[in-house]
Design a protein around this ligand. Sequence first.
Ligand SMILES: C[S@@+](CC[C@H](N)C(=O)[O-])C[C@H]1O[C@@H](n2cnc3c(N)ncnc32)[C@H](O)[C@@H]1O
Length: 219
Amino acid sequence: MSEPTVYNIQYPFSGGNSNGQETFPGQPWDALYSDGSAPWDIGEPQPAIVRLASEGAFTGTVLDAGCGTGENTLHLATLGLPVMGIDVAETALAIAQAKADERGVKAEFAATDALQLELLGCKFDTVLDCGLFQALDVIERSEYVESLASVTAREAILYVLCFSDDATNANRYSVNQDELEAAFNASTGWTITAIEPDRFHIREHNSGAPAWLATIKRN
Ligand SMILES: C[S@@+](CC[C@H](N)C(=O)[O-])C[C@H]1O[C@@H](n2cnc3c(N)ncnc32)[C@H](O)[C@@H]1O
């Protein structure tokens, strides 16, 4: 039997506020896009999101929270969904907008902190979180959950794709099911309806790293 693959995913930063204002002045997320080193930026939508979309999981207006360079946003837009991608990394957003223009795809992109979504002043029926929740610390997660509530109504659906705590998945962004349940539960106004094993594709591993795909409903 061959040795299990160890997914030693090192992002070139650690700790601090996810929007980078505290620990890494000068936008660390943005820097990863400026120098082209973002490991998750695979130049195509995540296969798990493509599959979900093909199953009709995305309906109504869609928010892609932490959209990066917009491959998932643009995929959903090509299916005819009205979709907005938000991110704190302005370089990523500029790349996303350039792709949209180049491909003739209509999608909206905005520089917005996911912890302050109320500033958008609009509501969404479905929210995609592909790799953002895993990057937030416990306090940020709690702010994020409240922030999500400000842009959704009852019955809205949130999909979270995050690195899982699979034994081979050694990285500081791994999420276990308890962490998902601690953030999204009856007391915070959400119900997790499914947590399924999936894959999160990154540049180094064509078959992707072990991930959870959580389906979460707003109560
Ligand atoms: C792992 S990347 C995933 C990007 C994209 N969803 C994808 O699949 O390619 C996480 C993204 O979240 C963004 N991000 C981190 N903190 C954020 C925050 N507080 N508000 C909005 N976006 C944030 C980062 O800039 C980055 O683009």
